[in-house]
Design a protein around this ligand. Structure first.
Ligand code: SF4
Ligand code: SF4
Length: 216
């Protein structure tokens, strides 16, 4: 199988899987997610300086509303007023839970929600300290990273420079292995049965045996 950024190979799923949020829905998978690797144990690494948060992120409407429900407490926790969290115009996107997203503000090449000292996402930290499920507050784009969905295709956004520039790429588990549990949370365990089969029949050399790969 040829691997490049304009590859359009995909593995059809046996049925569509709808996210617990109502969207996105996926019906096929980019084989590259079983081959590409990254460090994944983010809080254990000492070399990346959270560079993947340097561009901020797109916050799906569902998490934006959840974040805003906690705005008073979160503003105190962050030490940053709510008016400084988001920037730009809302973008309509059927792949985004709630149907749209808004970008986080970036300050000095760091997401506004990134810890100023130390490591990690402060929205994630807030959720843990408040006894909340971080999936409900942290943007989907961040806990599904480095995967995303594009019109029904589960893939990695390899078209974005961020992915090509990721300092930790090439080492550690495959994208799928790293995000497997998050996919199960979002789309259900049944999806994992199908994806585990794809994963088990994929080699690092990029070949896949007896799989129904089609070209779009
Ligand atoms: S650059 Fe890699 S190791 Fe560092 S936080 Fe991002 S994904 Fe994790
Ligand atoms: S919301 Fe959190 S995980 Fe997402 S880019 Fe910002 S700091 Fe990083």
């Amino acid at each position: 199988m040829r691997m490049n950024s304009d590859a359009t190979l995909c593995l059809p799923l046996s049925r569509p899987y709808v996210a617990r949020d109502g969207s996105p829905e996926i019906d096929r998978v980019d084989p590259a997610i079983f081959i590409l690797r990254y460090f994944a144990r983010c809080m254990e690494c000492a070399f990346c300086n959270d560079v993947c948060c340097a561009h901020g992120c797109d916050v799906d409407l569902q998490r934006e509303e959840a974040i805003l429900r906690h705005a008073p407490e979160l503003a105190v926790f962050l030490g940053i007023p709510r008016s400084e969290w988001f920037v730009g115009e809302r973008v309509l996107d059927p792949d985004s839970p709630g149907g749209s997203y808004l970008a986080t503000r970036v300050v000095n090449e760091r997401c506004v929600f990134l810890a100023k000292s130390g490591r990690g996402c402060r929205v994630h930290s807030y959720a843990l300290e408040a006894g909340l499920d971080y999936h409900d507050l942290k943007p989907l784009a961040c806990w599904l990273f480095p995967l995303n969905t594009q019109s029904g295709l589960l893939t990695s956004n390899r078209a974005m420079p961020l992915y090509d520039d990721l300092v930790c790429k090439g080492q550690g588990p495959t994208y799928y292995e790293a995000v497997r549990e998050e996919l199960g949370h979002m789309f259900g365990r049944e999806l994992l049965v199908e994806l585990d089969l794809f994963c088990a029949t994929t080699t690092d050399a990029g070949s896949q045996r007896k799989l129904p790969i089609v070209r779009e």
